[in-house]
Write a protein that binds this ligand. Structure first.
Ligand code: CP
Length: 357
């Protein structure tokens, strides 16, 4: 694999991604053959935010490969509670571990961590920004359940604004030709503009609708998501959005028999539990596909044991990112890094937000 770190799944080329998916399938078919594949290697899981699946599937993946694990799932039990910076934490842990999976509430954290860690960094979710290994989970599921990653009509429903799994999935599926995204949300929770721009620049297309019931008959895949309570400014704003979209048996009557229902989980109440017994529901199988996907990713990333820290970067512009959720807001030593986005617009290289200059 050419990339050392995986901040976004599009850091992998198509060929590399397909190779990881096929390796995941080979491991799933014959796990004993890989039981010592990472013997002597250590994975660190640095989780600054709660998790069930991502943290445990990373840990299980490494243990099933014969490796070992270290880390924290509550930063208050680490020296973060004493004020240690992200830079210092990943510099130190990058000296202990062979590979690091990091989750953090601030957008752009994995990109920032990759600048200081000698060990490869995997983004295990950075605020409302990206979640590439959930997308790996999703594409392993689609590859096996749909038999293709192209020419699919994919409905994404719920919190498209704050749902990092949605952003990552669209970014990756836009690189496969002929996919059509049906974006189902309230006007308050629509997809960020930069994600729309990515679809527009691709060989894919999208429509934005407000009714799940009306959209469902045309879908090959329905990707349900939770309203991300923790990203709202107030409980009142959250309550206005909660319960707007609920998938139940009645709505499924009009769906294709071949449609597949995915959800990154955790579920709150956006899928009725009765749906769990419908053969189109694949969200629990999805979690198992994800473990094999992570096993394949860890193995592939560790094949290249480059432990050289990245060269020091200097600020590209004399501005700060305007996104209040960007990691640069709390970790003030980070250089200001932007890409030109045309006109007076800059894109933050940590969180992808637009800043007007
Ligand atoms: N899908 C997902 O990221 O789940 P967790 O938050 O439980 O890790």
């Amino acid at each position: 694999m050419k990339t050392k770190h995986v901040v976004d799944l599009t850091d992998l080329t198509h060929e590399e991604l397909l190779s990881v998916i096929r390796l995941a399938n080979r491991i799933r078919e014959n796990p004993e053959a890989y039981a010592q594949a990472c013997r002597g290697k250590i994975l660190a899981t640095l989780f600054y935010e709660p998790s069930t699946r991502t943290q445990m599937s990373f840990q299980t993946a490494m243990l099933r490969l014969g490796g070992r694990i270290i880390g924290f799932d509550n930063p208050q039990n680490s020296s973060v509670a004493k004020g240690e910076s992200l830079k210092d934490t990943v510099t130190v842990v990058g000296g202990y571990a062979d590979i690091i999976a990091i989750r953090h509430p601030s957008e752009g954290t994995a990109a920032a961590a990759s600048m200081y860690s000698a060990a490869p960094i995997i983004n295990a979710g950075d605020g409302g920004h990206l979640h590439p290994t959930q997308t790996l989970t999703d594409v392993v599921t689609l590859y096996n359940e749909m038999g293709t990653l192209e020419n699919l009509t994919i409905g994404l429903c719920g919190d498209l604004k704050n749902g990092r799994t949605v952003h990552s999935l669209i970014k990756t599926m836009s690189t496969f030709k002929g996919n059509r995204f049906v974006l189902i949300s309230t006007p308050e929770l629509t997809i960020p503009q930069y994600i729309k721009d990515i679809i527009i620049a691709s060989e894919c297309s999208f429509t934005q609708v407000r009714s799940l019931a009306q959209a469902i008959p045309e879908l090959d895949v329905l990707y349900m998501t939770r309203i991300q309570r923790e990203r709202f400014g107030s409980e009142e704003e959250y309550q206005k959005q909660n319960g707007v979209f609920v998938l139940d048996k009645a709505k499924l009557k009009n769906a294709k028999k071949t449609m597949r229902i995915l959800h990154p989980l955790p579920r709150v109440d956006e899928i009725d539990v009765e749906v769990d017994y419908d053969e189109r529901a694949k969200y629990f199988e999805q979690t198992v596909y994800g473990m094999y996907g992570r096993m394949a990713l860890i193995m592939t990333m560790l094949e290249k044991s480059d432990r050289t820290p990245a060269p020091r970067l200097r600020s590209t512009h004399p501005f700060s990112c305007s996104n209040p959720r960007c990691i640069t807001q709390s970790e003030k030593y980070l250089p200001a890094l932007f890409r030109e986005a045309g006109g007076d617009m800059l894109l933050c290289r940590y969180c992808d937000s637009r800043t007007l200059i």
